[in-house]
Structure formats: C-alpha cells, structure tokens
Ligand binder design. Structure first.
Ligand code: ZN
Length: 157
C-alpha cells in the first residue's frame, strides 16, 4: 500500500479511530527514552521546538510534560550536579595529570568551556530524563496519555 492510498484511507475514516490508554513503561525504558530525548511514555522523538525548547505536550500521545508548576526543578538540579561533577573531575584530573607543572591557564580555559557548554547541551536531555524519572516515582494517571489504534506505542527502546 502506497503512502497516497494510506492518507486517502485516513481521510475517509476520520471518526473511526480508537484511542488506547498507555500504561507506564518499564523503569529501564523510561530512563532510556529520557536519555535519547524521546517521550518517556510513547517513544516519540519529535519533542522539541528548536534545540532547547521542549514542547508542552507530546505530539503523539498527548502527555503533558510539565505535570505541575516547578516540575523541571529536578531537571535543573540534575544538570547542575552533572556539570559540577564534570568540572571537579576536570580540575582534579587535570592537576593530577600535569603535576607538578600544572598549567593553570589551559586548565581554566577547559573548565570554563565545560561550565558553559555542558549545561547548555545537557539541558534537553536533563528535561526528558527527568520526565522519565518522575514517571518512575509517579506513574501515569488514567487518561494522561493515549495513542490512536493504528499507531500504538512501539515496543522497542
Ligand atoms: Zn508521547
């Protein structure tokens, strides 16, 4: 069946779509989907507008990502801890490797680059990962996410 015929069929049957409620995926799947910037609930990958802006809800299953005000404080905290850990590893590791002739200027330059780039680049992953972690702590409520019958959530990843 070609793409044209499939879209013809969809326009003929707009009222016959069934919706399926999605159960909370396994913990490992929630984490894996979060790390790969996909919807923790259904695996949809198109969750951002631009690089940094996360959509308000999943375009596929309708899950609202910010379940309550301040929901993403956890993501900011994770991002901060991750960045500080990398800075500490860089500073301590750099000094150990260069000891006793530690060159502070290149070490400081690398550290500043990490302090600027890592939180920016990790920000989208921290958010989708936090969505997965939150779903481990607070599983889906009935009706929070649904998919159409023809388009059930994929089982992989
Ligand atoms: Zn989804």
């Amino acid at each position: 069946m070609g793409r044209e015929r499939l879209s013809d069929r969809e326009s003929e049957l707009p009222d016959r779509r069934l919706l399926f409620v999605i159960a909370t995926p396994s913990k490992s799947r929630l984490i894996l989907r979060g790390l790969t910037r996909r919807c923790a609930v259904c695996g949809e990958g198109d969750l951002t507008e631009g690089f940094l802006r996360l959509r308000d809800r999943c375009p596929r299953c309708g899950y609202v990502f910010e379940r309550q005000d301040g929901h993403f404080v956890g993501a900011v905290g994770m991002n901060t801890i991750f960045t500080f850990a990398l800075i500490a590893i860089t500073l301590i590791g750099g000094m150990v490797l260069m000891w006793p002739d530690v060159e502070f200027v290149p070490l400081a330059a690398v550290t500043v680059a990490i302090a600027v780039l890592v939180p920016t680049l990790f920000h989208p992953i921290a958010k989708t990962l936090w969505i997965g972690i939150d779903l481990i702590i607070h599983p889906l409520e009935p009706g929070e996410a649904v998919v159409e019958a023809e388009e059930r959530a994929p089982e992989q990843g």
